[in-house]
Structure formats: C-alpha cells, structure tokens
Design a protein around this ligand. Structure first.
Ligand code: CTP
Length: 510
C-alpha cells in the first residue's frame, strides 16, 4: 500500500504541515476521528498543487475550531447548521473543518434532509468519485486512503464520474462544477455521466440554479489557475447565461485574461505565486459594465470582493502614473513603491496598461532588486562584530542603497562597504621598508643585549682583557663572536653560568 502520509507530508508547505499536526493533536485530545477529504486528496493523488486543506470530523468540530482560533485561525464562513467552518488557519493556510454528514432527498431535486454520519457515508453523498476520497489522520489508520467509489481509477482514466443518476437533479450547480473540473484537469466526462449531464440540460436544469450557487461558482472559477479555459467550457455549454443573460453574447474579456496570465507568469518565474482573483473577476464581467457591480450583488458575491473589483482599474491607473513619473526615477524610490504594492495589483496593472517603463521597473524589482533584498549580508555584518540594533539596520539599509546604485556586487566590495558604513577601520598596513627597518632594529637590540650580558659575565669572571680585544674587532664581545648568536635572553643568561673556556684562562694567565 502506498504511504499516503509520506506523500502528503512531502507535498505540504511548512505551514500546511504544522496545521496537519495541530488538527491531529486536537482530534486525539477530543477523541474524535479526523480525515483530510475531497479536493486536497484528489490533487495529491494526481500530482496537482494542494490549495485548500479540508478536514472532516466524525462528531462536532466546534470545540476544535475554537482551539484553532486561539492559535490564530480566522473563521471566514461559520455554518452552524451544517457544522461547516471555512477558515484561514495560522500561516495563511486556506481550508475548512466540517462534521461528517449524510444527505437524503425525499424526491430528486427536493431540499435534502441531513444527518450526522461516518466519513464513509459522507464520501458517498458527494458529487464525483474523484472528490469522494479521504486520508485517515487517526493513530490506528494514519495514512490509509479511503476511496469507497473507486475515484483513484477515474483519476487514472482522467474522467469525471458522477456518483448518482440524481447527482445533477439534486444539485444543478454540479453541472457547472463538472465543466470546471473537466477544464481544470483536462478530463472528460465518463460516458454515463455525460448522458446524465445532457439529459439535465435538455430538461433546462441549468436555468434552475440558485443565484448564490452561481456566485460561488464564479468565485471558484476566478480562483482557477486557468480561468479562461473554464469560462470557455461554460460558454460552449451556454452556462455564461446562468451568470447573466447578456454575458453569453458579450463574452468575457478573454484577451484581458490572457494578458493577466502572462503578467502572472513573470512573477511565477521568480517563485512568487499570484492568484489575481479580483483581476480575473474584472475581465470576466467587465463587458457587463455599467451593471457589473449589480450583477455581482445579485449573485451574492461578498461585498468586499465587489468593492475590490470596482476599485481595481482606478488603483491600477494611480500605480501606473506613479511608476511612469519622476517620483520613482531612482531605483530606491521605485523599489519602495513596488515592494509595498500587492502583487495582484502589480500583475493587473501590467496586464491592463502594458506600459514599457512601468513594466521594466517591475521586471527590475523581480529579477534584481528583490533578490538583493533577500540576500542582504546580515551574517557578514554580525561577523564584523556589529551588534544587532538600529545601527546594524542602518548599515544594512545603506548597503542595500549602494547595491541598488550598482555598487557592492562582489563579496570583497560588500565587506569594504559594510566596514565603511559601520565605521570599522582596517589596521594600517606596514610597508616592506618599515618591516625591514624593524627587523634591523630588533637585531641590533639583541646584539646589544648580548654584548651587555657577556661583558658582565666576563667581568664577573675577571677576563677584562679578552673582552676588550673582542670588542675592538667586531663591536661584539669576543665570547659572543665565537658563540652562535642568541636571540633569547634566557638562553644567553643561562650561558652566564658556563665556565670560561680553557683558551680564555690560558690568555689570562699569560
Ligand atoms: N461537493 C458536492 N457537491 C457540491 C459541492 C461540493 O458534493 N455541489 C463536495 C465535493 O465532494 C467536494 C467537497 O464537497 O470535494 C468540497 O467542495 P469544494 O471545496 O467546493 O470543492 P473541492 O473538491 O475542494 O475542489 P476545489 O479544488 O475546487 O476547492
């Protein structure tokens, strides 16, 4: 059996991994079973990036949600009736926690009755087999894949298969979901699912989709990696009319969406993942102007999202003026503006205006300035003995400034600049001439020491005549002239105790 836990952990970001550990801890403490379910497991199995982490708990997840809130999670949707909580967890991880539930339809298309259930029942009530998958996070079965409807086989066949003949009748929004999954994953519908889909269209079920459900689908499409592909699927099946009757004829601004995708690529190339949801909504619906905002309102799109879409073109124009103007002529000024602007707005401005001057500043930011900023030599400055604090920060900023001006690009130059800004002086270098002089002086003083010591020793021994003779020839005592030069006083001093040589004694006697 493949080790899904290993696979999962290796694909999660550090923040997602921390969340995974935390929910397991909480579930164990509260003695509930918890599972990672739906999209995250599907994406894991087919090698796609994991976006949201959705957890299903057998029991009430309320207490767990409160604990997670204490750790910094924010609740975005709180549906007490369904015990379903959408959250932005600590570390900005998107996801949800829900109670496992089953749904019963008195007749196809009626409002479902709901009851709390096991995870297996919860998986079976879902829309498509590829979504009806889970991984156990519980101590006794950790890493076990739950796949009661054989979704793994459909992932391999690259097919979207509905789990019931009533899948679309019960929830017509699943028609749009099926199209979205096909577009996203480049899958086709399984044959029987296609028949159920066609039958539903024949019966006009698409016209019965509730507006808030369409609004949710519009938001989901805007969050897609390739929203244009999804919208084209909608257009092909006349589903743009479900968003607004005029959109099917006027069509989304596909050119704008292509430019947006290109602008996003430039960021992705340096490892910055941007999801320009607001810009996508704008290009999706701009042809409905001046009714764009009211259309979104009818679809129950959150007010904050509507306001963002409305303000987007104005904000982008202001940014453009700033990046085109003299206020951002210098690299430092341009860096400050760009680094404080949300990436989504930068991407949209590039897509909307395609201004070469503004675009080249953004390119410089991505390819040169930001890497410099990320690699500032803080360790090197610490190693130079500068303690952390305001002065440290000032030196680093000065260095960054210099680098933006094209200086300090080699390690040697960086060290030089850091020392200069921190006021660290190098010890003055001694010239070769000075060194020679110093060595000469040392020699002289050694010789003088020898002379003095030997003279004393000879005097002590009463050999004045020998000493006088030696000094006349060499300037050094006769004794030291015959002995190898002694550099170190202690050894010379030791010699003081040696007896006068026989030759010296003979001379004295003469
Ligand atoms: N679901 C369903 N019927 C719907 C909507 C959702 O059965 N009308 C189920 C699906 O099984 C899905 C789960 O609820 O896996 C969670 O829904 P959602 O978050 O919308 O989908 P994800 O599978 O997480 O996909 P995405 O990658 O788009 O987030």
């Amino acid at each position: 059996m493949p080790d899904y836990m290993y696979l999962l952990e290796s694909r999660l970001s550090p923040e997602q991994r921390a969340l995974l550990l935390r929910v397991q801890e909480l579930a164990r403490a509260q003695e509930s079973n918890i599972y990672l379910t739906g999209g995250a497991v599907r994406d894991l199995l087919c090698g796609m990036p994991l976006r949201d982490l959705d957890f299903t708990v057998e029991g009430n997840p309320g207490r767990m949600v409160r604990e997670l809130e204490k750790g910094g999670a924010r609740i975005v949707v709180d549906d007490e009736r369904l015990r379903h909580y959408e959250l932005i967890f600590a570390g900005d991880v998107d996801g949800s926690i829900s109670a496992a539930r089953d749904e019963f339809y008195a007749r196809p298309g009626a409002k479902p009755e709901m009851r709390w259930s096991t995870v297996m029942e919860d998986l079976r009530r879902r829309d498509f087999s590829i979504n009806a998958v889970a991984i156990s996070l519980n101590p006794n079965s950790r890493g076990l894949l739950l796949d009661p409807t054989n979704g793994l086989a459909d992932l391999e066949r690259r097919e979207v298969r509905a789990l019931s003949i009533h899948a679309f009748t019960n929830q017509p929004i699943r028609l749009m979901r099926a199209l979205r999954f096909c577009a996203r994953m480049d899958f086709k519908m399984e044959q029987r699912t296609q028949e159920w889909f066609d039958l539903a269209i024949e019966r006009g079920l698409q016209e019965t989709i509730e507006q808030h459900a369409v609004g949710q689908e519009v938001m989901d499409a805007a969050r897609e990696e390739n929203p244009a592909a999804v919208l084209k699927q909608f257009e092909e099946h006349d589903f743009l009319a479900a968003i607004h009757p005029k959109l099917q004829r006027r069509r989304p601004d596909y050119d704008g969406l292509v430019r947006l995708a290109r602008a996003k690529e430039e960021f992705a190339a340096v490892g910055l993942k941007v999801r320009p949801v607001t810009g996508t909504l704008y290009y999706m619906l701009r042809k409905l102007e001046p009714r764009m905002a009211s259309v979104m309102k009818n679809l129950d799109i959150p007010n904050a999202a509507i306001a963002s879409v409305q303000h987007l073109p104005g904000e982008a124009r202001k940014l453009l003026q700033l990046l085109r103007g003299s206020k951002t002529k210098g690299a430092r000024e341009a860096y400050e503006v760009i680094s404080h602007t949300p990436n989504e707005l930068l991407v949209f401005m590039n897509a909307e205006f395609r201004n070469p001057r503004a675009a080249s500043k953004i390119r410089n930011y991505l390819q040169k300035w930001r890497p410099l900023r990320l690699n500032l030599p803080v360790t090197e400055l610490s190693n130079l003995g500068v303690p952390r604090g305001p002065k440290f920060d000032k030196v680093i900023e000065q260095l960054f400034d210099a680098q933006l001006r094209g200086k300090g690009r080699t390690p040697e130059d960086v060290t030089k600049l850091l020392k200069q800004f921190a006021g660290i002086k190098d010890e003055p270098k001694k010239s070769a001439k000075d060194e020679k002089k110093k060595r000469g002086k040392e020699k002289d003083s050694d010789a003088a020491k020898h002379k003095h010591i030997v003279k004393q020793s000879v005097e002590n021994e009463g050999v004045h005549a020998v000493a006088a003779e030696g000094s006349a020839k060499t300037g050094v005592s006769a004794k030291s002239a015959t002995l190898p030069a002694r550099k170190h006083a202690p050894r010379t001093v030791a010699r003081k105790r040696t007896k006068p040589s026989a030759k010296a004694k003979r001379r004295v006697r003469r």
